[in-house]
Design a protein around this ligand. Sequence first.
Ligand code: GAL
Length: 874
Amino acid sequence: MLSGTYGIALAALLLAADLPLAAAHATLAPRATVGGRERVSINAGWRFQRFTSNPDSLSYSTLKSWILPSGNDFIKSSGSKKTRPTGTQPGANLNFTQASFNDASWEAVNVPHDWAIKGPFNAPGISGGMGKLPSNGVGWYRRVVSFSAEDAGKTVFLDVDGAMSYAAVWLNGNLVGGWPFGYASFRLDLTPYVKTGADNILAIRLDNPLDNSRWYPGAGIYRNIWLVKSNPVHVAQYGTFVTTPTISSSSATVSLKVEIENKGTSSQVVDVVTEIRPQDESGVQGSVVATLSKASATVAADGKVVVSASATVANPKLWGPKPNQTPNLYVAITRLSVNGQVIDTYETPFGIRTITYDKDTGISVNGQKIRVQGTCNHHDLGSLGAAFNYRAQERQLQMLQEMGNNALRTAHNPPAPEFLELADKMGLLVLDEIFDCWKKSKTKNDFSLIFDDWHEPDLRLFIRRDRNHPSIIAWSFGNEIPEQGGASGGTIGAELRGIVRDEDPTRQTTAGMNSASPDQAMAAQLDIIGLNYNGEGIGVSTSSSWPGFRSKFPDKMLWSTETSSCLSSRGTFVFPVTSGMSALVSSNSGGGEDPIGMRVSAYDLYSDWWASGSPDKVFFLQDKHPYVAGEFAWTGWDYLGEPTPYNDKARSSYFGIIDLAGFKKDRFYLYQARWAPNVRMAHILPHWTWPDRVGQATPVHVYSSADEAELYVNGKSAGRLKRGTSSWRFRWDSVVYQPGDLKVITYKNGQEWATDTKRTVGNATKLVLSADRSNIKGDGLDLSFITATVVDANGDTVPRASNSITFSITGPGLISTTDNGDPADFTVFSSLTRKAFSGLALAIIRSNVGAVGNLTISAASSGLTGASVTVQAS
Ligand code: GAL
């Protein structure tokens, strides 16, 4: 019996709207393109079941020879392409792949879906490094897709933006193919197995081994999933490549390569015409500014042909990073026609801009030097897990941009496609990275197991998918690769660089090297030398590897692919405070740890031995080597997993500048002081409510871009300080705590710049609620982030409050998750009750699909006056 008949129409999204799905977060609205091609979301209406022991006797080794041919379009040498086996297909008779199987008892889910995020924590076999959430196991997804009689003769593809991991796909009991790498956006051709005018059963098996990652991988179909229906003759998958070889203020040449694929049985003569239009932030297209010369090609049955054309765009509006440039975008609209009839239309958004890489001055975009003020980030979205959500991703990037962050490193894997759409629109630069390991493993079941078979298809797919994004400034083909010290670092590095340059000759390549030395064979294979930590000195050392690399590679650009790894728990301060610029984290006096609470001091001075330490130390060393193009700090946001220094005890990281819930740590302001020096800002730390520290030295630090600052303690000056060289921190380390207030007045060039105050607060009396957005789309996907703050009678945040808060909602919506940013809180994210951490807690809400009206969110806590806030869905 079928679990339900869901057509592949928009209506399907609506049908599943009111399922109680805490982790279901889809993104873009389904998009149908006119002119021969239809792209339809099939995010809604799945049945899902996770199994902790193998339910079906299948495994990658039994499926492998059937799955390998799925990579053929991304293998260059025809001799290396794989042939589909003949004989009985694995899983062909398995109940889960059959229409007759009754999956009514399976969970109803929409994708993007992360099966692990709902918990509970402390999942057997999953370390703190992987987030302690139940990501392992075999997961089956099933869905009915219906094809009408008019679909006969069309080519039908399944496009999966990301499925974690070892995907294998059956349609109507036929094993179509699969893709093991969980971060790949892959396509399978369903056409031979489609039944038109009928319901079809699509079944997807995923398999997440234990020990497959150094961080939280997520689990399931965690990105969007689409059906693409087209004429058998069409633009191939990621089949366009736009370049802009010459650019001046009066004109730009736009060149386009289009790969045409013919899945039909007869050869076709195809005309290709492309027009270029400007495209604004919301995707609205302007009028045609150029038309590429018409190209024609004969494409043999089952063949592919690449055609090229170019055009000149007059007075081009360049794409450039914010804040000093504008991220203008264009779209190339390509139409294929046969005998005068349009059979396919394909859109390629792109930007016109130049990048130069200079050994002395670093990156320039459109001739303007851009110092890389970057952060590394993992792919999870905090309490929402790996399940992609457009608004949650946008919020992450907006907060980073507010800090002056202008570049993002996708540590250590391909991001969701929409991540790059956002970076393009928002004017952020991207270092797009693919691998955390090659043939040698870092964890038992990581990518090393499949590197030999899959590195070429995965790398070509990744570059082809992403190369039209103007935000991307470089490719990274490895992070801290275990081979880096040996000869194979050179040979494999050369092969990977060759693949990247073959797919995109316009951008340089890099990799993040730790234990790095200039004589290592791998270094020679990088266009840009990328160092993790070594440039700024490991631990407290200030000895830099930059001079050695610069003298060995005098013509290469250098940058810090990873810096700092500073650790902190938001709002937690541990005494005494090191007097150094940076210190190793430890539970010894002055080492910044509160091991019982599993907290690290938020003075932002502590890191582990392999790291380069506090932001202050990194800034200082970067400025000592001004030819270095800049840095990518580890990390912008806290992420699930890797809870150094409480490795197997906590569940999420301490590295973030912003915590897992999206609350700014003090460190945010330290980066903002350096990276956005024109923002009038002064920020005092710590908070000033220390009943247990009366009469004790309690250092007061201030982050600001001002050049002088005077601190007043209960109205009395504690001294006026000048800012040090390459330092954005003023410190008054011998202030003795008495209740009262702190005020700092800062100055730039003798003029008052910015002030900040902190005062001793009273007991918690009430809650305050605020929404990051009070109007959201009623599409079931858009989110509002609701902050609950525990305050005293004056409305001041109670800095160490940990009151238990219960959230509720009325109106057509629901609370997806709650969080507080504490890496040691094991309350499941779906819980409506959440303890405040350092005075704050978060609830993420969304509307029901199609909802119009008010959502009222309330928060209650025993002994405190409650609060509510209204968000309008429309
Ligand atoms: C780096 C590594 C990152 C992360 C970080 C933590 O060595 O590249 O993935 O593990 O350390 O400090």
